[in-house]
Each structure stands twice: as structure tokens, then as C-alpha cells.
Design a protein around this ligand. Structure first.
Ligand code: GLV
Length: 324
């Protein structure tokens, strides 16, 4: 009898097929997002599960699923996991680091460019039939090359963005992180450590790439926005909740800062209604890692984590240590 696993959301058919060779798979190719009660019901009796950021793994679910040994998140972020509760329950937690780093850094840069250069705002204007003539200041935005970029959160993706900024766009790069990088790494990615306030005051563009936790909740709120230049842009590719979206919408409305680019939202897929009505924000639906090649790598890595642990007793990209 093959071990039973749940694949909680739709994934690439070829990855599902690969998993089916080893496991008895309960799939969800209709891609309905389960309620917590449905997820618990589906996970009951399973030894493993492949999840995405939409599925919360907490103590209540773990208590109802005593057979569970491993949950593999198809994401690098894992704020949907209560890792201490998983460790206490002896459940291995895994994520998908590295395979999405460069793709996500590309997208951070895409969103920065679109925001600073008003790409979507001007496209909406054109599509609406408002464009009748060229004019000297039409959709004039902020310079990206040669400007100062402030990166908050300097993990692998933050460093990828820094390299693009310093090497490709001749930007001064400041970063803020829980702890500074070793000097050699700073030199390699062309970035200099700064306190959070100093960074916010100096940056022409601020990019958020910090993982979500209770400590990073509302890293950017009204007080932080008040420190930014009135011409500044803010880009969030990290997680909803890192920015106080209500405060940001207000700041965009009053032009306290020039513009924002957001790929993630508090309470997503809901978006703060005021963000939908202000013109100076670029909004994308959490797609920073979304290229076919990268999403396939993420799905395969999540699948590898299940096979490695459940079949071979090995861990590949673990987030905790448990005894089998
Ligand atoms: C996406 O947001 C991820 O964490 O991989």
C-alpha cells in the first residue's frame, strides 16, 4: 500500500504524476482553496501534504492529523506554518528556497521600473482613449538608474535585487536587515548597511523583501512613510502585512509619496478598496515567482521534499528538525 498524501492545491500535472508513482495522492486539480475545516478533513489520515501559502498548518490541524509526518510548502515564505507547533507534533516543515531567487528578484525590479516610470498608469490612460498628443511632462516619473535604492530584508532575494541595481543600473544601494552581511558579501552585491530610518530618509525607492513575522508586521506604516521623500516609491514583494495598506493608500491619495508597487496585500486576495481607486499604484496578484520554469522547479522541489523524507528518511530543505 502506497503512503497517502494530500496535494492541497492544483499543481503541474507532470509533478502530480510523479508523486502518484510513489504515493496514493488526493489531489485538488479544481484548485478550490479549502476552508480550515475542509483542509483538516482532507489531511486526516495522510502522512504528507504539499501546500501553498494559502493553507494554514497550525496546532488545531496537527492535533486532528496524528499520522502527518511532513508538510512541503511550495513557497519560500512559510508564515502559513506554525513551525514550533509542527516541531512539537514531530512534523517536518519544508519550503522551496533558492530555485525562485533570481526570478523573484527580476520581478522586484520589474515592479520598481513599472512604478517609478508609471507604466500601468499610462497604459490605462492610453487604453481609455485619453491620449491625443505628446506633452513634455506626460507621465513623467522618477529616475531609476543612478538613484538610491533602499532594500529592507537582505536575504537571497534582497541580494539579487541589490546586484541588479548596483551592477545594471548604477544605483547606490542601502539595505537594512536584522544583522549586517559579512563585508565580502556586501561588496559582492554592491550594498551598504543603514539603519531603518536613515534608509527611509535617503532612498529614492524602497523595496521590501523581508519575511513576515509578528516582528515585521507593519514594518512600513504611517510613521515610516512620513520619513520617506515625497518623490519616493515603495515596492512590496515580501508579504501582505509588512505594509499597513490603509496607511499606504492614504499616503498615495494625498501624494505623501509618489507611487507604490504591490505584489502582496494584507488579507489577500482581498485588496484594500482605496488601493483600487488611487492611480499611483501598480497592483499585481502575488506573481513575483511566476514563470513557468520557476514554478515547475518549486513544485518539483516540494515533491522532492516529500519523497526524500517519506521514502528515504532524508531532508532536503527543512525548516525544522524532528525525529522520525
Ligand atoms: C511566494 O510568495 C513565496 O514565498 O514563495
Amino acid at each position: 500500500m502506497k503512503p497517502a498524501i494530500l496535494v492541497a492545491r492544483a499543481i503541474f500535472p507532470e509533478v502530480l504524476e510523479r508523486l502518484s508513482q510513489t504515493f496514493e495522492v488526493t489531489a485538488n486539480q479544481d484548485d478550490r482553496v479549502y476552508t480550515p475545516a475542509e483542509l483538516t478533513e482532507k489531511m486526516r489520515g495522510k502522512v504528507g501534504a504539499l501546500t501553498t501559502g494559502s493553507e494554514r498548518i497550525d496546532a488545531a490541524l496537527l492535533a486532528a492529523c496524528p499520522n502527518l509526518k511532513v508538510v512541503a510548502n511550495m513557497a519560500v515564505g512559510y508564515n502559513n506554518f506554525d513551525v514550533p507547533a509542527m516541531t512539537a507534533a514531530g512534523v517536518l516543515a519544508t519550503n522551496t528556497p533558492d530555485v525562485l531567487t533570481e526570478t523573484t528578484a527580476d520581478f522586484g525590479f520589474a515592479l520598481l521600473m513599472a512604478t517609478a516610470r508609471r507604466v500601468t498608469e499610462s497604459e490605462h490612460y492610453l487604453r481609455a482613449g485619453h491620449w491625443t498628443r505628446w506633452s513634455y511632462d506626460m507621465f513623467a516619473g522618477a529616475e531609476v538608474h543612478g538613484s538610491t535604492l533602499g532594500i529592507i530584508g537582505m536575504g537571497r532575494i534582497g541580494q539579487g535585487i541589490a546586484r541588479r541595481a548596483a551592477r545594471g543600473f548604477d544605483m547606490q544601494v542601502l539595505y537594512h536587515n536584522r544583522s549586517p552581511l559579512p563585508v565580502a558579501q556586501e561588496v559582492e552585491c554592491g550594498a551598504r548597511y543603514a539603519g531603518k530610518e536613515a534608509l527611509l530618509r535617503a532612498a529614492d525607492h524602497v523595496m521590501l523583501v523581508v519575511p513576515y513575522s509578528a516582528e515585521t508586521h507593519h514594518t512600513i506604516g504611517a510613521a515610516e512613510i512620513a520619513m520617506m521623500k515625497p518623490t519616493a516609491t515603495l515596492v512590496n514583494i515580501a508579504r501582505g502585512g509588512i505594509v499597513d495598506d490603509a496607511a499606504l493608500a492614504q499616503a498615495l491619495k494625498s501624494r505623501r509619496i509618489a507611487a507604490a508597487g504591490l505584489d502582496v496585500f494584507e488579507g489577500e486576495p482581498s485588496v484594500h478598496p482605496d488601493l483600487l481607486t488611487v492611480p499611483n499604484v501598480v497592483l499585481t496578484p502575488h506573481i513575483a515567482s511566476a514563470t513557468i520554469a520557476t514554478r515547475l522547479k518549486m513544485a518539483n522541489l516540494a515533491a522532492d521534499n516529500l519523497v526524500d523524507y517519506l521514502v528515504h528518511g532524508r531532508t532536503r530543505t527543512p525548516l525544522n528538525q524532528v525525529s522520525r
